[in-house]
Design a protein around this ligand. Sequence first.
Ligand SMILES: Cc1ncc(COP(=O)(O)O)c(C=O)c1O
Length: 391
Amino acid sequence: MLELNQYVELEKLYEANVYAKRPLVIVEGKGATVKDIDGKEYIDCIGGHGVCIVGHSHPKVVEAIANQARRIISCPGILHNDVRAKLLKKLVEITPKELNKVFLSNSGTEAVECAIKLARKHTGKKEIIAMKKGFHGRTMGSLSATWKKKYRIPFEPLIPYFKFSNYNDLESLRKAISKDTAAVIVEPVQGEGGVNIPSNGFLRGVRETCDEKNVLLIMDEVQTGFGRTGELFAFQHWDVTPDILCLAKGIAGGVPMGATLAKKEIMDSLKQGEHASTFGGNPLACAAASAAIDVIINEKLPQKSKADGEYFLARLKDSLEESKIVREIRGIGLMLAVELKVRCSKYVYESLERGVLFLTSGTHIIRMLPPLIITRQQIDKVVNVLAGVLK
Ligand SMILES: Cc1ncc(COP(=O)(O)O)c(C=O)c1O
């Protein structure tokens, strides 16, 4: 086996230099922890950028993948498949009854691309309204709906007819909508933008505005879906149903998958050959997704996320609110953020040395997306480490 530094060097040499890498080589993961090549264990609040809803290598997901790999791994959309059929039924059963058709892909950005195409095709209109501070992915369509200049400017011109409205501001949305607006796209809780939680009437107001103006509502639950915020889907907190729903990240227990769900009349506007994905709906990912969704439902992970999220937030507030460098602590379920008055990278690195991995949003926000199976004992350790480094 090579040494830590040799793996680091190989990645430096051969991989596109697009990630700000932490200096460790992760080789194993179990539950809410990962292990590096030297055997050191970390509590994982990065959670694969929110992917590890059921934890790392959940035994039920591992078993489903192993069994399916022995049966068949690849089966394109032009052929029917048993495992895919069962997953499609499951996805429709766990989402609001209006969302009864599914397109399967391989990532969050693809789930959003499909939603954009659907909105334009179904309405015959061009304009998409996204939210300031929103994030929807890195391919050209979803990037066009993404707010941050750093992500967008190097790749301009992006897709035309994308506009931005202020998050939590219905007046701004009303002004942005025109006769040519096909859809509004919104993350129910903004993730990349820093765990921004909507004010109570906002999403309901967005729904009502869309209905009044005859505009589709796309909800991007790529990061918030599957129990992350304490409900199976975040829109359930505010009792709002989208016309098109984008899912990915935790959907398949860590195996790449995206899904776009829509009302039948909307999905049916895409005709044969107008959209497709080579890997989309492959049986391996479908088997993993079915197993992961069963774990999420059977182990009541959304309820656990709600209770443990409240505990986590309260502990963070108790332990950190006195800190002179903390600006704000916020969260919903197990989607949490500690916003600092200073840059956070130093504290993220110090926490890593003490055995806790944190994600960031921008330069000043420490973000936490731990597996929903994290224990209270692990939460306590995370809080203690953070309190220690921020002291
Ligand atoms: C809300 C949201 N939408 C879309 C994406 C893009 O997902 P992916 O990286 O799987 O393409 C992300 C990724 O972080 C996200 O948080």
